[in-house]
Write a protein that binds this ligand. Structure first.
Ligand code: TNX
Length: 509
């Protein structure tokens, strides 16, 4: 019975205790939200300090109203099933949006009886995870199965990487992606902000970068009326919105390859000082920085300095992939320089797997992506203390087509149906299990031109990757997963997310 509950990712412990809790919405009228309520809960803040009530009030509303649950204040005279949030060991600081402790314990317990709903956790992030689980339990008729859930993730790093450089979708899509990532309990949103085709973040010390290369993208220019990049103010707001939902933003400035947008906007970065033409094609490995060009080091210091200053999370991603025109020595010098700048400024570094050749320290994270290469260097780096994020293109690249004839996406790796995104084990790829910090899905956007197209690639595969990252292999079963996934279509429809109706799932919209 409990394995029929539509929970993704599947929790560590689930026991259905029998029966359903239900307090029907008593009024014929609509609530303030778009959805007609079918049930009512009354939020009881228990241990939470009053200054943070508004923040939690917002989160509870935003999670439960789209699934038809009206949320009332505990003091309301109307009936409603009490919803209690209990925080142990940590009191919320005043000021609404809390400073996030990114390393806090993520566990939570959720108990639903016919009398009350209780979410308890040692830290705030667990409270939110518990509410996200509750959201998935609400049936279309507004009932909630009575259940006891005790849960904690397998991996701390559970990410999604979104490429904004190849195509620009506008800020709204990024906000929606944060919400979607949150529903599946992801913690990291990695933004691939720069590449050959465009530059998507304002850099105050080098304004030409965004002003010039913010306008370009695959096959030409960004849509008319779009600025084509995030201002620093927008980047700050985005991080605040994400942090309020316990999601860490990791900005990526891709060097020393994938740099044509930079050498186009800043011609001083090229040896002849003439810069490079804009590039709207699909080739990789066509661009580079030059270690010996006098402008390179000051440029890197300015750009990474501004990015570090603006970053609220722990990490900055320095790229490091596919720097094909560079010889090994120059590649290593440039990656080490970028790494040193980030480290000296007080942030930790993430870099793509190729950076294993450089001398980056054990506090950095390497992102495994290309399963076609030999793993021996990764095993050696792991022995020396390196940690890895697992994003194998064969399973976790959500820009791959679902099947050979699919109109969107890439085909340089195998097609990835929802089953392929689900059925893989991060520790079985040759990187030593003890060196694995977590899992990250990636969506590159050479052949994905709009936010809607991006959603139809993320759904239904992102929930599959999220479960790989959260749930240990002995509790993961495809035969159960596809049944649990089927009713999620209702949640996606409620949020207006476009999704791909994979034939591997008997959808229940
Ligand atoms: C490989 S992922 C790349 C990207 C492409 C992607 C397309 C990585 C480190 N490099 O530049 O966009 O494949 O799937």
């Amino acid at each position: 019975m409990s394995n029929e509950l539509p929970l993704i990712p599947w929790p560590a412990y689930v026991r259905a205790t029998g029966g359903k809790a239900l307090v029907p919405w008593p009024y014929p009228a609509r609530s303030s939200s778009q959805v007609n309520p079918v049930a009512v809960v009354k939020l009881d803040f228990d241990a939470l300090e009053s200054d943070n009530h508004r923040h939690w009030w917002t989160l509870v509303h935003e999670l439960l109203e789209p699934v038809g649950v009206a949320v009332l204040d505990a003091k309301s005279p109307d009936d409603g099933l009490p919803l209690r949030l209990r925080l142990a060991g940590e009191s919320l600081r005043p000021g609404g949006v809390p400073e996030v402790d990114w390393e806090a314990d993520e566990s939570y317990e959720l108990t639903v009886t016919s009398q009350e709903i209780v979410v308890s956790a040692p830290a705030q992030v667990g409270l939110l995870h518990g509410l996200r689980t509750l959201r998935q339990l609400v049936t279309p008729k507004g009932a909630i199965p009575c259940v006891t859930i005790k849960d904690t993730p397998r991996f701390a790093w559970r990410g999604l990487s979104l490429d904004l450089a190849r195509h620009w979708f506008g800020p709204k899509t990024i906000w929606q992606v944060i919400d979607l990532a949150g529903h599946y309990k992801l913690r990291q949103l990695h933004l691939h902000l720069t590449d050959d085709q465009g530059w998507r973040l304002e850099i105050p010390s080098r304004t030409a970068l965004a002003e010039i290369s913010g306008r370009t993208q695959m096959n030409g220019s960004v849509p008319k009326g779009e600025r084509g990049y995030l201002t620093m103010a927008e980047f700050g707001e985005l991080q605040e919105y994400a942090a309020a939902r316990f999601i860490e933003i990791i900005p990526e400035i891709d060097v020393p390859g994938h740099t044509n947008a930079a050498t186009h906007a800043c011609p001083e970065l090229t040896p002849d000082g003439l810069g490079t033409p804009a590039y709207g094609g699909v080739e990789v490995g066509i661009s580079r920085l030059w270690f010996d060009a006098p402008a390179t080091e000051p440029w890197l210091r300015d750009v990474l300095g501004d990015v570090v200053t603006a970053t609220r999370g722990r990490y900055v991603h320095i790229g490091g992939d596919e720097a094909l025109p560079l010889d090994a020595t120059e590649y290593v010098k440039l990656v080490n320089l970028a790494y040193d700048i980030v480290r000296q400024a007080g942030k930790r570094t993430v870099a793509w797997q190729e950076a294993v050749a450089a001398d980056i320290g054990p506090e950095a994270l390497l992102q495994y992506w290309d399963p076609r290469v030999k793993v021996a260097p990764f095993a050696a780096a792991a022995t020396a203390g390196a940690q890895f994020i697992m994003s194998p293109a064969s399973h976790a690249y959500l820009d791959m087509k679902y099947h050979a004839g699919y109109p969107l996406g890439q085909d340089w790796m195998n097609p990835i149906e929802v089953h392929d995104a689900y059925e893989w084990e991060p520790t079985a790829l040759g990187v030593p299990p003890g060196a694995i910090a977590g899992v990250e899905a990636c969506i590159f956007t050479e052949f994905i031109a709009t936010g809607d197209e991006a959603f139809s690639m993320l759904l239904p595969r992102l929930p599959a990757i999220a479960e790989v990252a959260w749930t240990p292999p002995e509790r993961r079963k495809w035969s159960e997963f596809h049944n649990r996934l089927a009713p999620h279509a209702r949640l996606w429809n409620a949020e207006d997310y476009p999704w791909h109706a994979s034939p591997q799932v008997a959808w229940l919209p």
